[in-house]
Design a protein around this ligand. Structure first.
Ligand SMILES: *Cc1c(COP(=O)(O)O)cnc(C)c1O
Length: 420
């Protein structure tokens, strides 16, 4: 008897099969570990070079003038992402907030915005305000917006130069988000950036880096991006940061964005945080390891689910550009069961049973599973799906691989146990 059979209800047959499939994942795991090693040593070296000390963890109050913890955290992120400058703040409430702040900081009346990787992430619709009028959106500010649709799931490199000529701000989204296209790799971003630069020296290349950090050994700034944005309750927080987001890139752009964040002329000089900055430092330090755990969990999940005939994207042995895994579950019951097991094999609220519900803003019912320490943290194991054909399931995160493994095995035991 093992702990999986005894405490998690996995049959001996399924456990034996899982060991065989896990062994097949070894070459993928090795690649992930190599990337983790590089990124971990890089981040560690950045900590050494920035001379991080306990004084940087201290809380601050009031205006927060001379808040060395806040300022050092920004310098550390800038070094890690090879950027000239950065903003890292607990007060930025989400990835969407950071994207809005950065876009609004850069945009002026007449700015021509181009999304070069097709339709952007859902929550950007309101920020841009191109579909319907949104008060205070980029379009309301006087910007114009265009989209270059993806071609077979990839950036349309043929049409890109022509479109890029007439744009001032060009957006690229690294992660696949909740769509059925491959993520952009850093090489893809580099290729697109070169094409853009060849026809337009001044356009700002803006990368939504959410879910992409530390998946590869390079980050978008190295590949030609001017500005990157990400959430701290995703990859860059390492599962430890309790809230917040970052923006990193060219110093002149960061300054403009900082004027939008607080006030023109004041920028990054103010802002206190009455709790310790330690979890932000610890989070970015642990992030390469956390991302590797999530990636291994995704590879194993894809391997097992593919074995039982479900279509996984990316496939278990495909190159990954972000931590999202989608799986076509084919039936509503199976989709709900996998969500129930993700929830049931969680450290927090394992006793809660997720149900599909009519969430405001969505046309179909949605089911969500997340038993996370940090509310809504999608670097922790979480899954969700709209209830519609072909019943696509999206999962991401997992700060410990073993939890992802157990959750997927519990789902398979209940969905397909009779076929073993
Ligand atoms: C998660 C995500 C966002 C938005 O971040 P929130 O923290 O959910 O607001 C934006 N873009 C991409 C690609 C994301 O994955």
């Amino acid at each position: 008897m093992s702990i999986l059979t005894e405490n998690y209800g996995i049959s001996e047959k399924l456990e034996a099969l899982s060991e065989k499939l896990e062994a097949e994942c070894a070459p993928q795991f090795e690649k992930i570990e190599k990337i983790q090693e590089y990124n971990q040593l890089w981040v560690l070296d950045c900590f050494r070079k920035e001379k991080i000390t306990p004084a940087h963890f201290a809380p601050s109050y009031g205006y927060g003038y001379d808040d060395i913890g806040r300022d050092k955290l920004a310098t550390l992120f800038a070094r890690i992402f090879k950027a000239e400058s950065a903003i890292v703040r607990p007060q930025i409430a989400s990835g969407t907030h950071a994207l809005a702040l950065a876009l609004m900081g850069i945009t002026k009346k007449g700015t021509r915005i181009l999304s070069a990787s097709g339709a952007p992430y859902d929550t950007l619709e309101g920020i841009i305000g191109h579909k319907s009028f949104v008060e205070g959106s980029l379009c309301d500010m006087g910007a114009t917006y265009g989209e270059l649709p993806l071609k077979n799931g990839h950036i349309d490199l043929e049409k890109l130069p022509e479109c890029a000529k007439n744009a001032d701000l060009i957006m690229l989204q690294r992660s696949r988000g909740y769509t059925d296209r491959p993520s952009l790799t850093v090489d893809d971003i580099e290729q697109a950036s070169k094409l853009i630069r060849a026809v337009n020296e001044n356009a700002v290349i803006f990368v939504d880096n959410c879910y992409g950090e530390f998946v590869e050994t390079r980050e978008p700034i190295e590949a030609g991006a001017d500005i990157i944005v990400g959430s701290l309750i995703k990859n860059a927080g390492g599962g430890i940061a309790p809230t917040g987001a970052y923006i990193a890139g060219r110093a002149d752009l960061i300054e403009r964005i900082s004027y939008r964040m607080t006030a023109p002329g004041i920028g990054c000089e103010v802002g206190s945080y009455a709790a310790s900055y330690m979890p932000f430092y610890q989070g970015i330090f642990l992030a390469p390891q956390t991302v590797a755990q999530a990636l291994k969990g995704a590879v194993f999940s894809a391997r097992v689910l593919e074995y039982f005939g479900y279509r996984a994207s990316p496939a278990w042995n495909e190159k990954r550009g972000c931590i999202i895994q989608s799986v076509c579950m084919n039936e509503k019951d199976k989709l709900c069961e996998i969500c129930r097991q993700i929830q049931a094999v969680s450290p927090v609220e394992a006793f809660v049973v997720p149900e599909p519900w009519a969430m405001p803003g969505y046309s179909d019912e949605v089911i969500m599973a997340a038993g996370t320490f940090v509310q809504g943290a999608s670097i922790e194991l979480s899954g969700d799906a709209p209830i519609r054909e072909p019943f696509m399931f999206y999962m991401q995160g997992g700060i410990v691989y073993q939890q992802v493994k157990a959750a997927i095995l519990c789902a398979i035991q209940n969905m397909n146990g009779d076929k073993l």
